[in-house]
Design a protein around this ligand. Structure first.
Ligand code: SF4
Length: 898
């Protein structure tokens, strides 16, 4: 085989933790003929650290074929049959954009811009999206945050740290004495980085895998702990109980870094605050008992430094408040009592893990020099997932396993994209740009706010001002999912009030907003680079509730996704190596930004997203002028112009629609937290090391300095520099005295019974990211399908299959109160009895009758996710709003007679 040239390209499929991988792209006659791994990663500073090269996986390499396969959208299409019927008419770009622009203008001037929603995806996270962001921003259509509708939120981390973005780079695995794979499956999902785990084991690191099924990561672990599904909170609390009981905890760490010494009133279960002593006292001043002076002492707010004080962790004290004498206790004392419900003996029957295993692991964790975890996006997919995450973080905090090489708690490692040219995410404003212009900055600083806290102010403000809308909230209100949750309130036996009462209170108090308002219907949905009809839960409910409301559903994508197939217009987007893009450091587990190089021209009539946005802006402008509609009024009463959109998108014509490379170049050159080099050099290397976290909410929460070639260790600004955390108590906060948390008995982490989502059926559906596809990007690829039986499959335990007369390969139907779907049975002794496993991202059209497996997932709304009005419990783009969950779904299966 010969080729004309080899281009360095970067795989930017959203595989989250390990991207980017620099690949060699072989081009012949303008066609990609082959991709291969390269060794672009620079050497690490530590010569003992294993080489990171080569990087890449089968999904990245298959994109050479995916570029030209039958699923590519080659031309603009207009629907001519019913939605989803598959009847299309090929139209020109001009025709498609004309009709889309006309509908948008009509909706803007009648129903209003608040009825237009964007339903984003993760396919356009780099600079290619700036044009579309600028266009939507000019029109006043909010940025839709999809973090929670994938169930990827880390609410437990947000409760403890004040925001969910806490995590380190994966080379910390190498430096850990003990790695806990708990809530993740890196053998499937972290292929490019996985070798660091195996090499760490050669180096003496012990790997313990805690998971219900004997999954591919458990196979390689030193110890596998099979835990009953959804009982991880109890397991973590039992280990915490052992550590507290045997006094194996690091008291100095807890005294300084956490809320565990802060005093709580025994009568109200609320923190003791300044307001308890004087009228008008602040509710953000807290107290501990100084055992050195034997006095009540105000906890410092501007720093974590304790000075000479030694906060008492135990005991009961009497203090004189405005209400008279009140008994108070440190949180730690209350925790100690609380943990008595979680002795290994009591927890064993809940978790299925023997007391001796719990005790041994607890001691191992406490005595290890450094411990880290691999958790990935898992806990947010449980209804009570925030409790699991809080409890595991408590375990790490008790032992002080944070803030050192190899001692890292990993929740969601945020992307650090600090670009002055960016600001592409309105809720993730660039602080440095804002600081010079925002008079509040100096005021915040004078009040002792850290940059982290200031970023959170911007993030909350963006949601409050409806510049950001969590799309999950949209779907609960407008796609029928709230109705589904309300119909099935009994799914959560612990609810004290009807779900509707919590929703009403949260909306009345302004803790949450939804666009359009609940009494108004959405009219237009625009999907760029994603597929909400594949991704969201309760598929059939969405299809029958949301779609009939929409006058227009437009999808721009590379391939025929589920959402494209239900759309009214489909616009062909340029594929992986057919466009330029720059991505800031996407995930700090692999802290590099990268350039996506254009190796070939787009196939058919497809265009890059930048060009599509410019053309759509120009077309709206043209059609608005032709119709004499030069402006419209937004819901805030502001007049917005329609006759200058092209200039708004193109920075007054500085970048034209055919200057995708110029936009990308300047985006990179204005990114301030990556290595700087010439554009040509950056294109050649593909990879630029992060030099800082960037001043965005998604990066800054890791709270650490970044040194290229060194592991990124989060939270050192707190642990070494003693900067306060962005929480209500300004400490790592394990006690939440929000009224609703007290009502639910969840002020401390607690194991709760999961709701039987979908009805009272014996089997429980779990899942995870797939080995053979990144989301749905390659899920219908014929070659990769050969490696997984060619069709959607459900893993069923040998016991459950046997008792139902199911054999491996049989077609089975899974059903519950909502609906049913069919798939092939993969019978396996590695699956736990009572568990069904479906790895995600199968496309709707791969199921018989297009009945997707997410149709059986009602995703009941946990009202605690609506709690707000408490310093760090405020809705931002990524946390503290309802998220979709699926791991509580119950179902039964039966063999389908062929
Ligand atoms: S899909 Fe594979 S090749 Fe592409 S970035 Fe992820 S690990 Fe690398």
């Amino acid at each position: 085989m010969d080729w004309d040239r080899v281009v360095k390209v970067t795989c930017h499929t959203n595989c989250a933790y390990q991207k980017p991988c620099i690949l060699n792209c072989y081009v012949k006659d303008g066609v990609i003929i082959r991709l291969e791994q390269s060794s672009a990663h620079p050497p690490s500073k530590d010569p003992d650290l294993p080489d990171w090269n080569p990087r890449g996986c089968q999904k990245g390499l298959i994109s050479a074929l995916r570029t030209y396969d039958a699923c590519r959208i080659l031309y603009p299409f207009k629907r001519v049959g019913e939605r989803g019927e598959g009847k299309w008419q090929r139209v020109s770009w001009d025709e498609a954009l004309n009709e889309i622009a006309d509908t948008l203008i009509q909706v803007l001037s009648t129903e209003g811009v608040d009825t237009i929603v964007r339903l984003r995806g993760s396919g356009t996270l780099g600079s290619e999206s700036v044009g579309f962001e600028a266009l939507m921003g000019a029109l006043g259509v909010p940025y839709d945050s999809i973090q929670t509708d994938t169930g990827d939120e880390h609410m437990g981390a947000a409760l403890v740290f004040g925001q969910p973005f806490v995590g380190g780079s994966v080379d910390n695995w190498w430096y850990a004495d003990l790695v806990l794979i708990w809530g993740g499956n890196p053998a499937y999902t972290n292929i490019s980085n996985y070798h660091l785990l195996t090499e760490a084991r050669y180096n003496g690191t012990r790997m313990v895998c805690i998971t219900p099924d004997y999954n591919p990561s458990a196979i390689h672990a030193d110890l596998w702990i099979p835990v009953n599904v959804g009982t991880d909170t109890a397991l973590a609390l039992a280990m915490a109980q052992v550590i507290v009981d045997e006094r194996l905890y690091r008291e100095d760490f807890l005294q300084e870094q956490t809320d565990l010494p802060l005093l709580v009133r025994m009568d109200t279960r609320k923190f003791l605050r300044e307001g308890d002593f004087k009228r008008g006292g602040r509710d953000d001043i807290y107290f501990f008992w100084d055992s050195r002076s034997d006095q009540l002492t105000e906890a410092p707010r501007l720093s974590l430094r304790l000075g000479n004080a030694v906060p008492a962790m135990e005991g009961t004290y009497t203090v004189m408040t405005s209400d008279g004498p009140v008994q108070v206790q440190p949180v730690f004392e209350r925790l100690k009592t609380h943990l008595q419900d979680y002795t290994p003996e009591k927890v064993s029957s809940i978790t299925g893990v023997s007391p001796s295993v719990i005790r041994t692991l607890a001691r191992d964790i406490a005595r290890a020099r450094t411990v880290t975890n691999v958790s990935t996006y898992n806990w947010g997919k449980f209804y009570h997932g925030h409790e699991i995450e809080r409890a595991i973080i408590l375990l790490f905090a008790l032992c002080g396993h944070m803030g050192k090489k190899g001692a890292v708690y990993n929740a969601y490692t945020g992307n650090a994209a600090d670009s002055l040219a960016g600001g592409q995410i309105p809720g993730v404003l660039v602080l440095r740009a804002s600081a010079s212009a925002d008079p509040r900055y100096a005021q915040w600083k004078s009040q002792g706010y850290t940059d982290e806290m200031i970023m959170m102010e911007y993030a909350w403000e963006a949601v409050a001002q409806e510049r950001v809308m969590p799309s999950c909230v949209f779907h609960y209100f407008h796609s029928g999912l709230l109705e589904l949750s309300q119909q099935h309130n009994s799914w959560d036996p612990s609810l004290k009030r009807p779900l509707a009462a919590y929703v009403k209170e949260a909306m009345d108090k302004g803790w949450h907003k939804v666009r359009p308002a609940p009494d108004k219907a959405p009219s237009v949905a625009i999907q760029f680079g994603g597929s909400f009809l594949r991704r969201c839960k309760g598929t059939e409910q969405i299809l029958k509730t949301l779609l009939p409301k929409l006058k227009l559903l437009v999808t721009a994508d590379i391939r025929w996704t589920a959402t494209a197939l239900y759309s009214d217009y489909v616009l062909p987007a340029a594929g992986w190596y057919e466009k330029f893009s720059f991505y800031g450091p996407q995930k700090v587990d692999y802290p590099y930004g990268f350039v996506v190089n254009k190796a070939v021209e787009p196939v058919g009539e497809s265009k890059g997203e930048w060009e599509i946005a410019c053309l759509l802006a120009r077309k709206i402008e043209e059609r608005a002028q032709a119709r004499g509609v030069l402006s419209f009024t937004d819901p805030a009463g502001n007049s917005r112009r329609l006759d200058n959109l092209y200039d708004r998108v193109t920075s007054n014509g500085v970048y034209t629609e055919d200057d995708e490379e110029g936009v990308t170049r300047d985006y990179y050159l204005n990114t301030t937290n990556v290595e700087q080099m010439s554009w040509e050099e950056a294109k050649e290397k593909g990879l630029v090391a992060a030099t800082g976290l960037g001043l965005t909410t998604r990066g800054i929460g890791n709270a650490c300095d970044v040194t290229p070639g060194e592991p990124l260790v989060p939270l050192t600004w707190h642990i070494e520099r003693k900067e306060p955390y962005p929480t209500q108590t300004r400490r790592m906060q394990f006690y939440t005295d929000h009224d609703w948390y007290l009502e639910f008995g969840e002020e401390l982490p607690v194991q709760k019974d999961d709701p039987k989502a979908g009805g009272d059926y014996p089997l429980r559906i779990t899942g995870g990211h797939a080995r053979w596809s990144i989301h749905s990007s390659q899920v219908d690829d014929p070659i990769l399908l050969r490696l997984q039986r060619g069709e959607p499959l459900i893993f069923v335990s040998s016991e459950d299959a046997g008792s139902r007369g199911i054999e491996d390969g049989d077609r089975i139907e899974a059903y519950n109160d909502l609906t049913s779907f069919q798939a092939a049975a993969a019978v396996s002794p590695a699956v736990r009895t009572g568990q069904l496993i479906i790895y995600h991202a199968w496309e709707n059209f791969q199921f018989r009758g297009w009945k997707h497996f997410k149709g059986v997932m009602p995703s009941p709304l946990n009202p605690l996710e609506l709690a707000g009005g408490y310093y760090h419990l405020q809705s931002s783009s990524d946390s503290f709003h309802p998220g979709f969950s699926d791991r509580d779904t119950r179902a039964e299966v039966r063999k389908v007679r062929q």
